[in-house]
Design a protein. Structure first.
Length: 73
């Protein structure tokens, strides 16, 4: 999640995590689909990457898939 957008902006995981004020390990877990970001974190990342509505919806669908896969409701 978010990796292709981050790379397109030429940002490292460390730099993006600094921009959105989250721990680098937390961002790595989000990008590796190991965890789903909190709503405010999702919003911060989306803003930092300048995602448009279509891309935001796509990423929200990915979040839903991760939640479903992990058996959360």
């Amino acid at each position: 999640m978010f990796k292709k957008y981050r790379e397109a902006k030429g940002l490292t995981q460390e730099k993006l995590s600094e921009l959105v004020d989250i721990d680098i390990r937390t961002y790595q877990k989000i990008e590796a689909d190991e965890t789903v970001p909190l709503v405010n974190t999702f919003a911060k990342i989306s803003l930092a990457l300048n995602l448009d509505d279509k891309d935001i919806i796509k990423e929200l669908k990915e979040c839903a898939k991760i939640v479903k896969k992990k058996g959360r409701k």
